[in-house]
Design a protein around this ligand. Sequence first.
Ligand code: UDP
Length: 333
Amino acid sequence: MTHEKVLVTGGAGFVGSHLCEALLREGRSVTVIDDLSTGRWANIDHLKRDPHFRVIMASATERALVTEEVARHDLVYHLASAVGVKLIIEQPVRTVETIFHGTDVVLNACARYHRPVLITSTSEVYGKSERIPFREDADVVMGPTSKRRWAYACAKALDEFLALAHHYQSHLPVYIVRLFNTVGPRQTGQYGMVVPSFVRQALSDRPLTVYGDGTQRRCFCSVHDVVDGLLRLPANEAAAGQVVNLGTQEEISILGLAERVIDLCGSRSTIDFVPYEEAYGAGFDDMMRRVPDTRRAAELIGWDPAWRLDDIIQEIAGLADRPAPLLADVVRG
Ligand code: UDP
C-alpha cells in the first residue's frame, strides 16, 4: 500500500524532521504542521526547496485546519507533543493540554475521513514497572499524581486509549508506537535529554552532569532505526490497532554513558554528580531501568535496530569517520 501524500504533525521536531526526510527520499509528498514550540525551523530548513514539501506553521490543536489537511492526505503521522522531562516538569499544564487535545483533534479528523494514523507514544507509559523487558501488553505502574513527571505518561496513555477506542468503534487504522530513548543529530539538550547534553559538555571540556548516582540505566536507539520502523508500520495493515515498542536492548548506565562519551570525544571533561532535587526540583521520580521487548516490531515488520551506541554517539558529536549504516541497509539488511 502506498500512501503518497503524508501529513506529519510535529514535523519540525527532532524525530519528525528525520521522518520527513525519509518520506521525501521515498518519493512521497509531505505536509508538516508544527507550531515550533519544541520543534525548530532549522531542523527542516534544508527541505524547504523540495517541491513536494510544505510547512504549515500552526498547532496540531487547531481543529478546522487539521481537519482540512487530514482530508487532503492519505496517511497521518501525529508526532506533535510536549517533549523532555525538564519541559514536562516545568510546564505541566501545557504538557497535559497539548498532548491530549492535539491527539483528540487529529484522531477525530482521521476518523471523519477514515485516514490511517500513526501516533507516537512513549516508554514513559510503563512508569515504574520493574518487569524488564517491557512488553506492550504488560501492566503499567504509574507514580502518584503529585509527581508531575507522571502527567506526561498518563496523558500519553490516554492518547493510546483514545486511539484504540477509535480503532474499536470505527475500525480506524491506528498505529501506536512507544518510543524508547531515541537519540541522534538535531536533538537538543534544551529539554533535558541526556545524550545531546553530555556530548555538548564533552566537546567543550566542561563537566558532564550525571543526575543521581548514575546507576540508572537506559537503552539509546538511533533516530534512523526509529524512522525505519515508523515508515514500515503503516505499510502493514496487521499492525493496525496495536501498540508497538521501538527501542534497542543495548543497555548502559548513565555513568557508563558519561564515560563512553568522554572517551569517544577525546575530552578532558570530568564528571559532576548532581542530586535529582537540584536538577528537577523536589519530589522527582526517576526509573532505574527501561528496556523494551521488541519482539512485536520484529514479528510485524522485521524490525531490528542496526545502530550501536558508539556509532550513535560519534554521529551526534560529528566525529563519524566512516559512514554509519545506511537506512537502506537497516531496512533491507
Ligand atoms: N540525565 C543526566 N544528566 C543530564 C540529563 C539527564 O544524568 O544532563 C539522566 C536522567 O536523570 C535520566 C537519564 O539521564 O536518568 C535519561 O534522561 P533523559 O532526559 O535523556 O530521558 P528519560 O529516560 O529520563 O526520559
